[in-house]
Structures are given as C-alpha cells and as structure tokens.
Ligand binder design. Structure first.
Ligand SMILES: [Zn+2]
Length: 416
C-alpha cells in the first residue's frame, strides 16, 4: 500500500474538542458522566463524525460506541483505536476525548484519500473509564476485553439505580454483555492516544512520547503508635511522638524513590490523633501509594521503606504496622507497537522518548486480549481532571500524525 498523502487537520480536531466540551452538565469544566443525557448527546455527536468518516457505527450492550472502517481484507484481524468519552466531575476537555477524536481524524484522512488499509480499523469510544458514577473504573473496556462480570451489573449509583437498570433505560440488553467482548484472534492490536497527565513532555519540550507501560500499584494503610502526652510538660527527649516518626519516614520514602526513579510513592493521607494543639501526637494513620512498571524494583523499594519504618520506630520508641489495601500488576506496552510508534515519531522529526503511565487507561483492560501501545501527547503543566487541562492545536495535530503513521505501519507489517 502506498503511504497515505492525506492531511491531518489540526483545526478540525480542535473544533471537535470544543464542540464536545460544550456538551456538559453546568460546571466550570466539563462534566459528562457515563450514561447521563449529556453523555448520550456527546455520543450522538461522535456517531455523526464517525459516519461522516466512512465508518459504520454500532453500540454494544455496555454502551460503548464502535465505528468500523473496513479494510482490504474484511476478515483480517481488526486494529482497535480507542479511548473514553466520559469525564470526571468538573474535568477537562482533552482527557479521553482527544484519543477518540484523533482516531476519527485518522480514519477521516484515509477516507478522504480513498485509502483502505489491509486490516479493518475500529474506533471505540468507551462508555465508562473514569468510574465516577458507579465508583468502578473501566466498565466499558472491561466488556470489550471480556473481563466484565455479571455481578458488575448490580453496581449502584448514588441514587441507588443499578448499572443494569441504567443500561436498560438506554434500550440496551445488559445481561447480554458478553456480546461486547472481542476474541483475541480477531484483534490485531490496540492503540490509544491520550494526554500525558504529567509534566515530563513539557519539561523535555516534546509534543508527544511513547508509553513503555502502565505502572502497577501497591496501596498500604499504615499506623504508627506512640504515646500521647502533655505538649507543655513532657521533655522532648522523653517523647514518643508518632507524627515525628511519620515525618522521618515520609522523608525517607522521598529519598528512596528519588534513588530508584522512575518509581513514584505518595503518602497522601495522614490522620494525627488525638489531633489537638496541646497534645503530643500518640498515633498517626496514613496511606502509602507506590507505583512502578518494574514489579521487582517496586517490591525492593517497599521492603526498604518497611525496614526504614522499623528502624525509625525502634529508635523513637514507637510501633509500626502496615496493611496491604490494593495491589495491581503493571501492564507493559508491546515491543513491536512501541517500535512502530518510535519510528512514526522519528518520521515526524521528533526525538522519541519513553514514558511510564502512572495513571490507568482503557488500554490496561485491552491488554487482556491483545497487544497494546499508547501515545502520550503533551498537556500544559501536566494538569488533568481539571478545567485548566490544555493541549495546543499544534500538539494535537502532531499526535494525530504520529497515530496515523503508526497505524499505517502496523497494518502493513506483520506484527507477529
Ligand atoms: Zn483518560
């Protein structure tokens, strides 16, 4: 197949971003929660764009919208490109949406140039990634990846309405959720373009980058116990101040993570008890969230943190206890897809760099059935889930060009 000569239209991408952003519940940013009337209105608009780009459109029983652009070989495995249309409350206009609109853009270019690739392309606008409504993420991509389960249909939103009820209301057949699942042999791979949601590309002055993988996470709750006492009468050397122990530990966590970059760890929550200005803290309860694509390194750092905690607490006459709350495995991106993205980036005259995704994406679920690749696009100051989320028209255009070149390579070369 000759290389497509069509032009990615950055202006069209940004106009579509704006149009979709205007479909929101009243809020400072964009609020388009899954399965609401705003979500459905946004989906209608995306459907129109898909049809205009020569795609046939269907909606599966979990309310994912799938646009299909036939290939030269209609029975060849499909290349899926997707992201999500739902937002958080008062979120930004690019998170998720940019991936869907960029995917439609590249199909538009192929269609305008009367170009068919060997493999069919399916653009999926997932229905629920953020998990705001039912407090569980990736409901849409779970259905496509075959990891959705019957029990999830009984999840309730804050108004007490079940997911099954919500889907029925939309005219769907939730109990036939299995029909949304793809068989691995029918899928060539999965690509997702997403805003970075971190500051690395901006710091490196680069418009886009290759994601090496999605970090695995371990989340612990910990408790440091000392002894509460009078803030005025107990001499400092005799104190068992739980907060001082926690403070020393938190600084040690910072030192260990700096030493083991790109691992990240965060103590995001601390409760100091009894919590009075005139009482020495007797107990501190906190959380530790630690993420890395390298599970060995993550486990090593976790044991170093716990050893440090024991040492600090022994020295300060405190006790330390930690409990694992959540553990998720890392999701590596596929080497052949990463290589295709890298050469697409190089072909656009950009220095290719690898980035770890610290946030989860629909690609994580899709990795259960196929090879995945993710392209990150620079966003201002790394801000996301916020009305100030911003990506420039130029960066969106470059991102879509890289996506198109990646798709062309993947559908020409045999990935196996
Ligand atoms: Zn997202």
């Amino acid at each position: 197949m000759s290389k497509c000569t069509g032009q990615i239209n950055g202006r069209r991408i940004s106009e579509r971003i704006e149009e979709l952003a205007s479909i929101s519940e009243p809020s400072d940013g964009v609020t388009r929660i899954s399965f609401t009337k705003e979500f459905q209105a946004g989906q209608e608009l995306v459907k129109k764009w898909m049809i205009e780009s020569g795609m046939t459109v269907r909606i599966d029983n979990l309310n994912n919208m799938i646009g299909r652009y036939e290939g030269l070989n209609p029975i060849a495995p499909v290349l899926i490109i997707g992201s999500h249309l739902d937002t958080v409350i008062d979120g930004g206009r690019y998170d998720g949406v940019l991936g869907v609109i960029s995917a439609i853009e590249i199909v538009t270019v192929l269609y305008e140039n009367a170009t068919r690739l060997e493999h069919p392309i399916e653009v999926i606008a997932f229905s629920d990634e953020e998990g705001v409504r039912f407090h569980t993420t990736f409901l849409g991509s779970k259905a496509v990846a075959g990891t959705f389960s019957e029990a999830m249909l009984e999840l309730k939103d804050d108004a007490g309405i079940s997911l099954a009820g919500v889907l029925q209301e939309l005219g769907l057949q939730p109990h036939h959720y299995q029909t949304a699942a793809k068989r691995p042999k029918d899928v060539l791979g999965y690509l997702e373009l997403h805003i970075e949601q971190g500051p690395t590309l901006e710091t490196e002055a680069l418009p886009c980058g290759i994601v090496s993988g999605i970090a695995g996470a371990s989340r612990y709750s910990f408790k440091i116990t000392g002894f509460a006492g009078h803030a005025g009468t107990v001499p400092v050397p005799l104190r068992q101040d739980a907060l001082l122990g926690a403070s020393e530990l938190i600084l040690e966590i910072e030192r260990l993570t700096k030493q083991n970059a790109p691992i990240v760890a965060t103590v995001g929550k601390l409760k100091v008890m009894p919590g009075a200005c005139n009482v020495i803290p007797g107990e501190v309860v906190g959380t530790l969230d630690i993420r890395d694509t390298d599970t060995h390194r993550k486990n090593d750092v976790i044991s170093s943190i716990f050893n440090a905690a024991d040492e600090i607490c022994e020295r300060r006459n405190l006790t330390f206890h930690a409990e694992l709350m959540l553990e998720s495995a890392p999701t590596p991106c596929d080497d052949s897809i990463k290589a295709a993205i890298e050469s697409a980036i190089l072909a656009n005259g950009i220095k290719p760099i690898s980035l770890v995704s610290g946030a989860g994406h629909d690609a994580m679920e899709m990795a259960n059935i196929t090879k995945i690749g993710i392209i990150f696009v620079r966003c201002k100051k790394g801000i996301s889930h916020n009305p100030e989320e911003f990506t420039s028209d130029k960066d969106m255009e470059i991102g879509a060009k890289v996506l198109l070149d990646t798709v062309i390579q993947l559908t020409v070369h045999d990935m196996n």
